[in-house]
Write a protein that binds this ligand. Structure first.
Ligand code: ADP
Ligand code: 5GP
Length: 206
């Protein structure tokens, strides 16, 4: 049997803190593979292709979809976002656990395929704080901020489908909770009886 890694997926409304928390988890858990997403949205100042996203034209993205190279994708605010099938397969087939960040539609597609995956939904402490963070980030104009806030209810309605919910009020606390969820899941897997069958059998004296 080939090894297969676990899926740890983070979703939540724009501005809630997904990228901030993902960066911290990646730094603190370097053995976790991270899936850099594909997108047709233009890079924000400071964003680097291959690090923050793979930036593609719409034509390039749709060609990849046609060729089965996109594991899941969704259209958000007029741009396409998706996960590379190649990255997903390469990491999981090598037994590496994969951490990714998708919207709720992408998560729904991956949930079908990985029903035992860990799906974490990040919530803001309240609506006003979400709006403050989104504006405070300063990467969108007013119309884009309004668009993103309008999507909040749609994303919230999907929160019940997730295995875990974390409220990102205090950042340190939220990072610790996400890491604890991942650590607990990994530990649970390590301790499944099946994994210890040979060890147990070797101790049985005839
Ligand atoms: P997302 O990736 O979900 O769109 P970001 O990670 O870009 O969100 O965070 C949006 C803004 O909120 C950023 O300016 C970030 O520094 C800030 N932020 C994230 N978490 C917190 C927190 N717990 N408290 C206050 N500000 C936060
Ligand atoms: P942003 O443009 O702010 O970086 O991201 C906008 C939205 O795209 C966020 O809600 C984020 O979760 C989503 N997103 C980022 N990467 C992916 C991906 O690979 N697949 C899907 N379906 N959504 C993604």
């Amino acid at each position: 049997m080939s090894p297969s890694g676990q899926i740890y997926l983070l979703s939540g409304p724009p501005g809630v803190g997904k990228s901030t928390i993902a960066a911290r988890v990646r730094r603190d858990m370097p053995d976790l593979a991270y899936s850099v997403s594909l997108t047709t949205r233009p890079p924000r100042p400071g964003e680097k292709g291959g690090k923050d996203y793979y930036f593609l034209s719409r034509e390039e993205f749709l060609k990849k979809v046609e060729q089965g190279e996109v594991a899941e994708y969704a259209e958000i605010f007029g741009n396409l976002y998706g996960t590379s099938e190649k990255v997903l397969r390469a990491e999981l087939d090598q037994g590496r656990d994969l951490f990714l960040d998708t919207d709720v539609d992408g998560a729904a597609q991956l949930r079908q395929r990985f029903p035992d995956g860990v799906f974490i939904f990040l919530l803001p402490p309240n609506r006003a704080e979400l709006e403050k963070r989104l504006r405070g980030r300063g990467t969108e104009d007013e119309a884009q901020v309004t668009n993103r806030l309008a999507r909040f209810n749609y994303e919230l309605a999907a929160a019940h489908d997730y295995t875990h919910v974390v409220v990102n009020d205090d950042l340190e606390n939220a990072v610790a909770q996400v890491k604890a969820i991942i650590t607990a899941d990994r530990a649970a897997d390590q301790h499944r009886t099946e994994r210890h069958r040979e060890f147990i059998d070797s101790m049985i004296k005839e």
